[in-house]
Design a protein around this ligand. Structure first.
Ligand SMILES: NC(=O)c1ccc[n+]([C@@H]2O[C@H](COP(=O)([O-])OP(=O)(O)OC[C@H]3O[C@@H](n4cnc5c(N)ncnc54)[C@H](O)[C@@H]3O)[C@@H](O)[C@H]2O)c1
Ligand SMILES: N[C@H](CO)Cc1c[nH]c[nH+]1
Ligand SMILES: [Zn+2]
Length: 438
């Protein structure tokens, strides 16, 4: 039976489970992943070799970690031509969107006569992009991460991705990396890859930031390494919420519900509606649609929508404003609005990694090729985190410049505040300052 809930009778435990969803699994893995992270820190490549054998069932020597230019060239020959063209089409839209997102390199504003305040932007010097492989081939994850990194001007872009048991890396991932100008690709996976990027090993130089989606093992490693490097936005198991009113087409709602649910058993996909008729229609259609999926996607969807620990389901709200309030609290990665007037509710939608408006704007369009970024905060972190963008790969530095005209009034109030806070050196630095020469 598909999980169904009524918002008015949802108990505290049910609500908590829906709101925390896959984050619970990440919490539970921290103690298990900690020794892996420490071991990579302490033993470098030797630990990577061991964990790649244990978790990925592949025997590698350290000199095989880095994917060679020849292997990347071979991937171009191996990749289906239609897939190659589709990747290029998607990259074009993703590039256009992210180029327009780029801020000015430097700006100043005169906040008072002779008092100039501004900012300068600089790319981060090195980033590690994690591209998952366990439950799918993800060339789209490559271009969603590497395109904004490259537009931002990051001089060293590194990818870590799991190899197959024969040691080969997914050709589509390699082609996408090549098309996006990625500098280094390593066949190193999971928590051990995140630790290698954080601490560096004999063969993989450390980076300043790691970003990209991953399984709860990857998310747990990132959480443990917070403080060692910038771990970016929390992008765990995929999830979506559909906000729908009585005008929604149940068939289209069912199709969109299954999109993120088919990523894995820990993915969450929910319908939130004020229409009992819609909920009942979706509930009737969903099991047959799930049954028509091939394995393992069928089991992933069944687990999410019907399983004991599944966090997917259908939620009936007493009215539209309660439905919107719940969606805002849920803060989904992907929010789809199947409503007659989607733009009318847009001002009220506050927390989501992305908002897709109208029943034509199906999730996969944005996952792959609409242009907006599909690597988004999960687990409720859309309350404070933003979608991946060029800003993930840039930092802002404040700039200040004071002319002789601006100095007088500014130094007077500064001295008063420094005295008040009890900082005599601060006060002295701006008292009777000899005429500055520049
Ligand atoms: N939020 C987003 O933007 C986004 C985008 C795409 C995918 N995703 C999510 O990313 C996740 C990808 O997960 P995945 O499994 O496909 O790939 P993954 O690469 O993140 O995880 C697989 C790796 O985990 C490690 N591993 C496997 N079993 C282990 C064990 N028992 N102990 C320790 N380590 C182990 C292995 O190294 C393996 O290569 C999915 O949950 C998907 O929903 C999210
Ligand atoms: N749904 C993922 C982000 O949550 C993106 C993706 C890539 N491929 C398929 N889906
Ligand atoms: Zn998806």
């Amino acid at each position: 039976m598909v999980h169904t809930y009524e918002l008015t009778t949802l108990d505290k435990a049910q609500r908590g489970r829906l709101l925390r969803r896959a984050e619970v699994a990440i919490d539970d893995l921290l103690d298990y992943i900690r020794p892996v992270v420490h071991d990579v820190r302490d033993r470098g490549d030797a630990a990577l070799i061991d964990y790649m054998e244990r978790f990925d069932h592949v025997h590698l020597t350290a000199d095989q970690f880095r994917v060679s230019h020849e292997e990347i060239a071979r991937a171009h020959d191996l990749l289906d031509k239609d897939v190659y063209q589709a990747i290029k089409h998607a990259i074009k839209n993703v590039r256009t969107f992210h180029e327009r997102q780029m801020p000015h390199e430097q700006w100043f504003t005169e906040v008072a006569p002779g008092v100039m305040a501004g900012e300068k932007i600089t790319p981060i010097s090195s980033v590690g992009l994690y591209v998952p492989r366990g439950k799918g081939s993800f060339p789209s994850v490559v271009y969603m991460l590497a395109t904004p990194a490259s537009i931002a001007g990051v001089p060293r872009i590194v990818i870590c991705t799991p190899p197959a048991p024969n040691g080969e890396v997914d050709p589509a991932t390699l082609v996408a990396a090549d098309l996006c100008g990625v500098h280094e690709v390593y066949r190193v996976a999971g928590a051990q890859a995140i630790a290698a990027l954080a601490y560096g090993t004999e063969t993989i130089a450390r980076v300043h930031k790691v970003t990209g989606p991953g399984s709860p093992y990857v998310s747990a490693a990132k959480r443990l390494l917070y403080g060692t490097l910038d771990v970016g936005l929390p992008a765990g198991p995929s999830e979506a919420a559909i906000l729908a009113d009585e005008s929604a087409d149940p068939e289209l709602v069912v199709r969109d519900l299954m999109v993120e649910a088919e990523h894995g058993p820990d993915s969450s996909s929910i319908l939130v509606t004020n229409s009992r008729a819609l909920l009942d229609a979706v509930k009737d259609l969903l099991p047959a649609r799930i049954a028509s999926l091939p394995e393992p996607r069928q089991t992933f969807c069944r687990t999410g929508f019907e399983g004991e620990k599944g966090t997917g389901g259908l939620i009936l709200a007493p009215n539209l404003s309660e439905a919107i309030a719940f969606v805002n609290e849920y803060a989904p990665e992907h929010l789809l609005v199947h409503m007659r007037e989607p733009f009318a509710v847009l001002p009220e939608l506050r927390n989501a990694g992305e908002i897709l408006l109208g029943s034509r704007t199906s999730g996969p369009l944005a996952n792959y090729s609409l242009g907006i970024n599909a690597i988004l905060p999960t687990g409720g972190f859309a309350h404070t985190f933003s979608c991946t963008s060029v800003f993930d790969f840039l930092k802002r530095t404040s700039l200040g410049y004071v002319t002789a005209e601006g100095y007088g009034p500014l130094s007077d109030s500064t001295r008063i505040l420094a005295d008040f806070e009890g900082f005599p050196s601060h006060a002295r630095a701006v008292t009777d300052r000899p005429e500055a020469r520049f």
